[in-house]
Write a new protein. Structure first.
Length: 217
């Protein structure tokens, strides 16, 4: 019976890796659509959100099957419970990548008021956080999970840089205002993606240690 449980747990890990790869791809689609002003890629990113939503449902069903049929011990229960929490954050990352793509679609044809330098760096940083948080879960790597949590400061710093630069452009010329607000919104979505990746890593810590660092004072 334990062998069967281990096989199903391995399948759950495969599905988590697959969903992680999907949200990485969604981030890649979104930033490409923005930087290259690519309408096709923007629409692909928006449509891709449905696939991510379906993956969340499939993993949820697998977790509930493991909980109901296998009667897992405490450590296994934490691993499965963490997966259920993680997929909620993963699904929201897909939503935010779609939101970014919606704005990118709106901006197609406009000349950017500023070279997009820090927003692509935010995209790369959040994608790294997503990849490493899922790796930490599959490998039960506490140190890697903590590195992801700490790395959120990099994303936050980039967000403040983007916001400050764009506010300065608005002050210089109010005509920059509308696009600046759109770009600040995009940066905010990336900042939220970083927060969700941090949440995922915190659930990894819980699955290993039994404590949820995000709930500590």
């Amino acid at each position: 019976m334990r062998n069967n449980f281990d096989r199903q747990l391995a399948k759950l890990h495969e599905m988590m890796i697959q969903m992680g790869a999907m949200i990485e791809k969604a981030i890649t689609f979104a930033i490409h659509a923005l930087v290259q002003q690519d309408e096709v890629m923007a629409k692909r990113a928006i449509e891709f959100d449905d696939d991510i939503d379906q993956m969340e449902k499939d993993i949820e069903a697998m977790c509930l099957k493991l909980l109901l049929q296998q009667q897992p011990v405490a450590k296994d229960l934490r691993v499965i419970s963490a997966a259920l929490k993680m997929i909620t954050d993963m699904e929201r990352i897909g939503d935010q990548a779609a939101d970014i793509s919606e704005i990118a679609l709106y901006l197609i044809g406009e000349t950017y008021i500023k070279k997009l330098e820090h927003i692509p760096k935010m995209a790369a940083a959040t994608s790294k956080m997503v990849t490493e948080s899922i790796d930490a879960y599959v490998k039960m790597d506490l140190e890697l999970a903590q590195q992801v949590i700490d790395y959120d400061d990099v994303v936050d710093d980039l967000f403040y840089t983007v916001k400050s630069d764009l506010i300065e452009l608005i002050h210089a010329d109010s005509a920059n205002g509308e696009q600046a607000i759109d770009l600040i919104m995009i940066a905010k979505y990336f900042e939220r993606i970083g927060d969700h990746a941090t949440n995922i890593a915190e659930w990894v810590v819980f699955s290993i240690t039994g404590r949820h660092v995000g709930q500590e004072d």
